[in-house]
Design a binder for this molecule. Structure first.
Ligand code: ATP
Ligand code: MG
Length: 572
């Protein structure tokens, strides 16, 4: 991962001080100082392969892989694949690609909870033998009814005191496939009156006659998350098992299970989930968007998925910077989407070449420019840094400029773009003056008749006269037509999950989230490859899309140039 992110932690660690560290790093430093876990740091990122990774996962990836890197430790990639019904290999493949893209490095430590099924089973028998688990034959509804509420204690199942031998026999027959789904479950025998509802004899195994994406039909009983997760952490000798806050109550069960089994015991630590304005980060809802066709797929550039952000042109460095800036805390909060855009701009500004494209073209004819003549202007890819090279851009009698760069009637004195009689600089080329705007019967402007000043070649003033406006352009005869996709937020409101009665989050979709325009690009972009990133001067940062066909590029706008975040910050 990038060295620029989270850099302070490692140095603070060597100094033995926790000043300025977030609470998780402070704990890791303290644990190391106390010699806990032999001063090792070993984390894991444990996605369930039932969807694509999103911005929230990015936070967890940066945290877990970041800790490993900063403290000279390791981070495993572990697929938490205990639910046979919802999981698919497509998701496993996408998760691997996304984690690697974001900079997560797991070397040969790619694990699957399903690889532990045999050992998990043995641990379950160990609990039964110790009198700490039993087979319950209540139905799912009955179990729920017996559980009690936050205010009332639960009731014990009539099957709770089955003898160990009977429990073992039933559990083995569950495994052998003698029972139907739901007929029995294995439960931990803890305390039905516990104030923590999680501890009221939680289910450890259930019967599911379903094929698993890795173990096929080898199993018809599957372990529950709470049982699997702590044991997987233990088997992998994880030191700090970091999860989101909703698992805070589950920590007691995590600890109980490992203590009851008497095996190696990692430390679970919870942190706040990431929420981002105008965005949904629930896998269930993201699946719905894809399956119902509200977006073009998991990697639709409007999606908050890592594959969507990548296709949109968000560099991994920007996402890592975003995660570093939001930090980790113990209380839930919502992050302004503008902060993400700010991080994207910062990164893209530093690395992308600048080129010219016209997205809403109107034709310009330069009446005094010789017909058939073509000049080439050498234009730098980065005006402040000539070492980054240049390209030749053709200029001719007919050009396209942005429709928005012309007004029949200038709105005010600050308007410095083109208008009848007004003079502007064509970027790196010439000064032109508009002589006439040609309109059609409906009054739409179809063409601008202009003249140029041959003495202003290169865009510099011939006689010291001032021209304030500089606009971009593309030579009409040489222009490369392209499909350009312009995006707005996928949702029209800041908190799309917050809905009135009778409405769903889908009612908050922004109908204008995708706008497709037919742009005209400078010809240097002819051979751009999918994923290539550029700044279209004055228009934003764009990324070439794989939907391109030969000779017809497709570009996604990653972000506009206008920064709202810096302003927000200044306003405080
Ligand atoms: P969902 O609740 O939508 O199913 P999940 O949290 O169960 O998502 P997992 O695949 O289990 O998804 O998540 C893998 C890891 O990523 C977990 O450690 C989880 O805590 C973390 N994670 C998921 N969403 C977020 C989020 N919004 N912010 C921070 N971490 C997250
Ligand atoms: Mg989960």
């Amino acid at each position: 991962m990038s060295d620029t992110v989270h850099a302070p932690a490692a140095s603070a660690d060597t100094a033995g001080s926790t000043a300025g560290l977030d609470f998780i790093r402070a704990r890791v430093v303290a644990d190391r100082a106390a010699g806990r876990f032999d001063a090792r740091v070993h984390t894991r990122f444990p996605p369930e392969p039932n969807g694509y990774l999103h911005l929230g996962h990015a936070k967890s990836i940066c945290l877990n892989f970041g800790l490993a890197r900063e403290f000279g430790g390791k981070c495993n990639l572990r697929f938490d694949d205990t639910n046979p019904v919802k999981e698919e290999t497509e998701y496993v493949d996408s998760i691997r690609e996304d984690v690697r893209w974001l900079g997560g490095e797991w070397e040969d430590r790619e694990f699957y909870s399903s690889d532990y099924f045999e050992r998990l089973y043995a641990f379950a028998e160990q609990l039964i033998t110790a009198g700490k688990a039993y087979v319950d034959s209540l139905s799912a509804e009955e179990i729920r009814a017996y559980r009690g509420t936050l205010k009332e204690p639960g009731r014990e199942s009539p099957y709770r005191n089955r003898p160990v031998e009977e429990n073992l026999d039933l559990f083995r027959r569950m495994r052998a496939g003698e029972f139907k789904d739901g007929e029995h479950v294995l439960r931990a025998k803890i305390d039905m009156a516990s104030p923590n509802v999680v501890m009221r004899d939680p289910t450890l195994y259930r019967i599911r006659h379903a094929s698993h994406h890795r173990t096929g039909d080898a199993w018809c009983i599957y372990p529950m998350y709470d049982f699997t997760h702590c044991i997987s952490d233990s088997l992998e000798r994880i030191t700090h098992s970091i999860c989101t806050l909703e698992f805070e109550n589950n920590r007691e069960l995590y600890d109980w299970t490992l203590d009851s089994l008497g095996i190696y015991h990692p430390q679970q630590i919870e942190f706040a989930r990431l929420n981002v304005t105008y965005t949904i980060l629930s896998k269930r809802k993201l699946i719905q968007l894809v399956q119902e066709g509200h977006v073009r797929g998991w990697d639709d550039p409007r999606m908050p998925t890592l594959s969507g952000l990548r296709r949109r042109g968000v560099p991994p460095e920007a996402l890592r910077e975003f995660c570093a800036r939001i930090g980790v805390a113990r209380s839930d909060s919502t992050v302004d989407y503008g902060l993400l855009e700010f991080c994207i701009r910062e990164r893209l500004n530093a690395v992308t070449p600048r080129v010219m494209a016209v997205l809403h073209p109107v034709r310009v004819v330069i009446e005094n420019y010789p017909e058939g003549q073509v000049e080439e202007f050498d234009m730098p890819y980065h005006p402040e840094d000539p070492s980054r090279g240049s390209r030749k851009v053709p200029f001719s009698r007919e050009l396209y400029i942005e429709r928005d760069d012309f007004r029949l009637e200038p709105p005010n004195k600050k308007y410095h773009r083109l208008a009848p009689g007004a003079e502007v600089r064509l970027r790196y080329a010439y000064y032109i003056t508009c002589r006439e705007a040609v309109t059609d019967a409906a009054g739409n402007i179809t063409e601008l008749r202009c003249t140029y000043d041959p003495a202003s070649r290169g865009g510099s003033s011939p006689d010291g006269r001032k021209v304030k406006g500089t606009i971009h352009w593309v030579s009409a005869a040489h222009a490369l037509p392209a499909e350009v996709r312009l995006y707005e937020h996928l949702f029209a409101v800041e908190n799309p999950a917050d809905v009135e009665e009778g409405k769903t989050f889908l009612d908050n979709l922004n109908p204008h989230s995708l706008r497709i325009v037919a742009g005209m690009l400078e010809p240097s972009l002819r051979d751009c490859r999918p994923g290539e990133q550029v700044q279209f001067e004055r228009l934003g940062y764009f990324c070439a899309d794989p939907d391109a066909t030969p000779g017809k590029p497709v570009f996604n706008r990653t972000v506009t140039l206008k920064d709202t975040w810096a302003k927000v910050e200044k306003r405080g």
